[in-house]
Design a binder for this molecule. Sequence first.
Ligand SMILES: Cc1ncc(COP(=O)(O)O)c(C=O)c1O
Length: 372
Amino acid sequence: MRSQLMTPIAFLNPGAQTAPLREELLRAVTAVIDAGHFILGPNVAALEQEVATFCGAAHGIGVNSGSDALTLALKALDIGPGDEVITTPFTYIAPAESIHQLGAKVVFADIDPRTFTLDAADVARRITPRTKALLPVHLFGQASPLGDLLPLCERHGLSLVEDCAQAIGATWEGRGLAGIGRIGCLSFYPTKNLGADGDGGMCITQDPVLAKKLRMLRVHGIEKRYYHDLHGFNSRLDELQAAILRVKLPHLARWNQRRAEIAARYSAGLAGLPVELPVVAPGNTHVWHVYALLTDRQDALQKHLEAAGIPTLIYYPVPLHLQRCYADQGGQPGDYPVAEAVSRRIQPLPMYPELTDDQVDWVITAIRGFFQ
Ligand SMILES: Cc1ncc(COP(=O)(O)O)c(C=O)c1O
């Protein structure tokens, strides 16, 4: 039975990580207010270096969201009308939206049924002479199949832009994600593994020329004030968010480790049930932004969990090619059968580092009860 003393389980709980850091966060925020420097100041510069180092890369460029990081990355690579960019239909909409905003064509490729990341063989089939870049999403916290995607980029002269919004701290073949492609894009949305107390994002790159261009693009294309060399954006990270993120960053490795422990506990506790448990692809370390299983009884399981006091959310109920905003592209049911099947079968479970073992066991017990 669930203990009456157990804290209610949330699906996501960004506030829980803030509570123990409250005093430190308030000191950092107060220091910014007292300094009176609010946009692109010393905290942003320091955070850029700290996050780049954490990812094993040379340069970080703070921007105002993960979505903008993607748009600026594609813009820095001169992607625009007439170009095609291949990405996944099974993700949050941001990468497809960024491609579309720049006037390029969004080309979807299907996903792998076990890792939910891009299926490299399907990507290869969809490359045309107009393809300019691949935009894989390192979904739920592990790398897309980089061992296959990188050679495709090499062979066809394509840029690799990594969407690392859900995968900060994850590695492939011992290398930090975000610094492997030409540009990696991070989100600091509050529920991300490293979340700000507001919006924020960052472009990561090893290339000093791209870094300089990204720094110009985020402030209206300027290097020198009021001299606009590029068509840019207003996408600046502010000092308050940078100061908050600098307090949290030293805890990220430990938080990711705790997520891995929770994932292992879920997998051990759910073994033997008629569900497919998540897998980590060879060569990957996983940071478990999301722990999701596959079931043929998605709707009934979700209702059962809700009735047991376990909140749930389905990522992602409608693959992007079937979203109304892409109706003009003519996407039809059946076009991406794996993404569609995963949408119908996926069941993410509560996941945040502050979940206690008792809470995890309660979720396991509820799921076991459903199948018995
Ligand atoms: C895979 C992916 N890419 C990009 C984004 C966009 O990040 P942001 O919300 O910071 O704009 C998200 C955010 O949810 C995401 O999950």
